[in-house]
Design a protein around this ligand. Sequence first.
Ligand code: PLP
Length: 231
Amino acid sequence: MVSKIMENVGLVLEKIREAAERAGRDPGEVRLIAVTKTRTVEEIEAALAAGIRDLGENRVQELRSKAPFLQDKQPTWHLIGTLQTNKVKQALEWADLIHSLDRPSLLAELAKQAERRGRPCDALVQVNVSGEASKHGLPPGDLEPFLRLVAQQRWVRVRGLMTMAPLSDDPEDARPHFRRLRELRDQMAALGLEGVSMEHLSMGMSGDYVVGVEEGATLVRVGTAIFGPRD
Ligand SMILES: *Cc1c(COP(=O)(O)O)cnc(C)c1O
């Protein structure tokens, strides 16, 4: 198990490097987040041993149950799943970057808890570029007014955008959605809003991270391609 995980990390990193080079990008701009939902601390340690520095969890509960055991390795934790307002306080104890900021009420609660801690919090705005009803995220048309709200407070700093492409067997289906997110990023960056920097694009999972990197991802969130199928 350990050697398979280490081998998979190497393979994924190699594909990221090739995709970045095809797109004329510096592979060093792309960080591989190992998505650890349902995985054991032992499995996660194997990924860290293979050079992974960034870990992603969907649920605050699962993050809290594992992160203390991995503290000595000092990983960067990403919270990539939907965040309920009543979990914000716990989330901020462990997560370094929240990928799922998608509504004013969550912005307000993040700002409140960050102020209480005396430490600004970093977040990405999740955008529903595909328009699928099942997907979380702000509609693209709501992004600019939302970022203007962000600019009115100083405890939550927006560092970029995140999206999920619709489920599909063909990675090419994700491309137009990822391209759209990059265009939105460029448009929003041009507004030059206070507290809003747009250096990150979090897009691409096991099935489509290569396309994500070709389209400009700086963060890819990969679970099964590293750890194998989930039960
Ligand atoms: C589970 C999950 C991933 C990783 O999915 P894989 O297909 O296993 O790579 C990425 N992003 C989010 C938001 C997830 O929930």
